[in-house]
Design a protein around this ligand. Structure first.
Ligand code: ATP
Length: 694
């Protein structure tokens, strides 16, 4: 960026010298804008990476278009391309864009936006891409930057075509007015047709490239959020407190997609950061191009009914008209952001309740809970309806205003241009061209009015993703215990274990597990035994003191109700190991040892195993899992409570035999367990007492 800054500064000085010598105000203005752009490049260290792409692109364009204009002034422009000479104000326009990007990058809401967007544009992972048969490997960020640059250039070319077609429009109508048949056909066949084809072609290319950009971006950002949410147990810790990040599943599945492209094909649900950036660029481009045109077309227009000529009258009318409209729209539509935020939440709450009912459908059926479920689902849905009605009320007002505004807009330029037409000062073609230019300028200026509802939705998505970020961050760093990784044995040193609300559950616990000495933890229900295990495993964040953890994978905890992922039985048994990690024979042997021989030949069957297997069978699947993993430390939190005493006894005996190097730490209420543990710990209200049997 520094080099670019120097280049544009040098160009600014050059155009300043030429402008001064030829007393050309456009060049002098260009010189000033180039120097400001150079300053922006120099100070761009804290500009977002995403916006830097635009800043760099516009700065390069300033130099290229500016040098092309200077060379034309000095007579170096090829004669054959005289018709295609660039407008002298083009370089100034793009220099202004560069400055606008720099200023905009410091606006707080844009900073929130680019913090999320930037992640993709700094991604240093390698990726492969292809164009037809040609495939290549590159960095994700290089490809992403390349695609954005290409799309911006394509959009600028489309604006240029629209400007060209605006001139076609003028000549076309003039040909009609002058009854000039040959000119009419020439315009239609040799001007309109080729440009229309090029325009349509560019739309198709744009659609394909932007779709690939969007899906790559979404894939990357979804993976980012999933790994961020899962790392350091953030997903679990977040679930312990009811913080501002409701429904993480919805934020990852939907808000990410909405952030990027509105979440639907072609912005079916609104627009995302990609669409808005491109739309803003093309809006700015048409604003500047048509503003210049409108200014020159209405240069000598007088106020209706007077002889008072006001330079660029229609431009000022468009500006004031759009500013007033934007202000009113914002005042009316402001509450929509909050409503949209709530909408995402209530939709996700409702969907989650349905999914949860599906998971627990057996319990609901056994308890005849259908009526209670209908009432509770109805209540969840009522929240959705209430939110919808809030939205109708707000959008009703907004639609009334924008509809009224949209009706008046096309008339306004005619009111101002008609007197000139009737006085035969301008032709029909010029009048329609003026009206069209006014429409473009006014349309660009009223960007916020046109997209207000969609922007409000986008703002809500932005708020949801940034609060999600903040909560993940807090969950990852908010660990009350000092964790020591890679310790020889799990231990708690001078640890106090608290509840999420800060209430103390256990005080000053000192517990060091000794290899080979199995420990049985007992105590009344609800006293804090499971929470002690959670602290010992390093996942519980509330408390103080030190937790020593052995190397990852050397300790395993089996809860009373083990987690069985949806999929094949093999995947359920070997979880969390990946497929192929264990031999099928070993898996079958582990199932047989865990007293599940009837499942040994069902490894390939996919099912929701947590709903198929009995409670005791699920507990034995977890035992089979432990047999495969062979941890040094196995924590069993009432992990055999669903088994009959005889099976429980057999399982413990088998564990001692098959896993001779594993130390067992069990929570259990049955006296039969005592035989398999040499040490005892009794959890009493607020404390832990240790004892040894010998
Ligand atoms: N996430 C949580 N938020 C609030 N309170 C919690 C949370 N987890 C546990 N508790 C509370 O902490 C206390 C101890 O719970 P814990 O599950 O550790 O008891 P336990 O001794 O294992 O009980 P049981 O023998 O019945 O399984 C209980 O009063 C429980 O309600």
């Amino acid at each position: 960026m520094r080099l670019l800054g120097v280049a544009v500064a040098l160009f600014g000085i050059l155009s300043g010298v030429v402008g001064y010598q030829s007393s050309n105000p456009t060049l002098e203005l260009l010189a000033a804008a180039s120097l400001v752009a150079a300053y922006c490049c120099e100070r761009s260290a804290d500009v977002s990476r995403f916006l830097k792409i635009f800043l760099a692109l516009f700065t390069v364009e300033t130099i290229v278009f500016g040098l092309a204009d200077l060379s034309a002034r000095f007579g170096f422009w090829p004669k054959s391309l005289a018709d295609a000479r660039l407008p002298p104000t083009l370089a100034l326009t793009v220099a202004m864009f560069a400055i606008i990007v720099f200023v905009v990058s410091h606006v707080p809401v844009v900073r929130t936006l680019t913090r999320i967007a930037d992640r993709f544009f700094v991604a240093s992972d390698e990726t492969s891409a292809g164009l037809g048969r040609f495939r290549f490997r590159t960095l994700e960020r290089t490809l992403a930057t390349g695609m954005v640059v290409f799309l911006v250039l394509l959009n600028q070319a489309q604006v240029a075509i629209t400007v060209r077609l605006n001139f076609f429009n003028r000549d076309f109508f003039n040909a009609i007015q002058n009854h000039n048949g040959p000119e009419f056909w020439r315009m239609l066949l040799w001007v309109f047709t080729p440009w229309a084809f090029i325009y349509v072609g560019s739309l198709v290319v744009e659609y394909v490239v932007s779709s690939y950009l969007v899906i790559r971006w979404r894939r990357w950002l979804t993976q980012f959020y999933i790994s961020h949410w899962l790392s350091r147990h953030a997903h679990y810790r977040m679930s312990l407190t009811s913080g501002p990040a409701d429904n993480p599943d919805q934020r990852i599945a939907e808000d990410v997609a909405r952030f990027i492209d509105g979440g639907g094909e072609g912005g079916a649900f609104g627009y995302g950061v990609y669409n808005y950036s491109i739309m803003l660029i093309s809006t700015l481009s048409s604003l500047v191009s048509f503003a210049i045109l409108l200014w020159s077309l209405s240069a000598n227009f007088t106020f209706p009914g007077t002889n008072f000529a006001f330079p660029g009258l229609l431009f000022w009318v468009a500006l004031i008209y759009a500013a007033a409209g934007t202000l009113v729209t914002h005042l009316i539509g402001r509450p929509l952001v909050g409503i949209m935020f709530t909408r995402q939440k209530v939709e996700a709450d409702f969907r989650f309740s349905l999914a949860r009912l599906r998971e627990y459908s057996e319990q609901v059926a056994l308890l005849n809970g259908e009526k209670a479920e209908t009432i509770s689902l109805g209540a969840k849905f009522s929240a959705l309806i209430a939110n919808y009605i809030d939205m109708i009320n707000q959008r009703k007002k907004l639609t009334a205003f924008t509809g009224f505004y949209g009706q008046i807009s096309p008339i306004i330029p005619y009111i101002f241009a008609a007197p000139f037409y009737f006085a035969k000062k301008i032709e029909l073609g010029v009048m329609t061209q003026t009206a069209q230019a006014f429409g473009q300028v006014e349309g660009a200026l009223t960007f916020f009015i046109s997209y207000y509802t969609s922007l409000a939705g986008f703002r809500a998505v932005l708020d949801r993703l940034s609060s999600f970020d903040a909560v993940i961050e807090a969950a990852q760093t908010g660990q009350g215990f000092d964790i020591e990784f890679g310790a020889p044995a799990p231990a708690l040193r001078n640890a106090s274990v608290a509840l999420p609300n800060g209430a103390l559950l256990l005080k000053n616990v000192d517990l060091k597990l000794t290899p080979g000495r199995n420990l049985l933890v007992t105590g009344p229900s609800g006293v804090g035994k499971s929470t002690l295990f959670r602290a010992l495993s390093g996942v519980w964040p509330f408390g103080s003191g030190a937790v020593a953890l052995p190397e990852s994978g050397r300790m395993m905890l089996i809860p009373q109700k083990p987690y069985l992922p949806i999929g094949t039985l093999r995947e359920a048994v070997i979880y969390p190991a990946g497929s192929g990690f264990y031999d099928d024979r070993d898996i079958a042997a582990a199932l047989t040892d865990a007293r599940l021989p009837h499942l040994a030949d069902k490894l390939d069957i996919a099912d929701i195993w947590s709903q198929r297997l009995s409670g005791g069978e699920q507990q034995r699947i977890a035992i089979a899992r432990a047999l495969l993993a062979r941890p040094d430390w196995l924590l069993l939190d009432e992990a055999t409570a669903a088994l009959d005493e005889e099976t429980e006894d057999a399982i413990y005996r088998m564990l001692a035999e098959r896993l001779p190097h594993t130390t067992l730490v069990s929570i259990g209420h049955r006296s039969t367990l005592a035989a398999y543990h040499v040490d005892r710990a009794r959890v009493q209200t607020g404390a832990l007492a240790l004892s040894a049997t010998h």
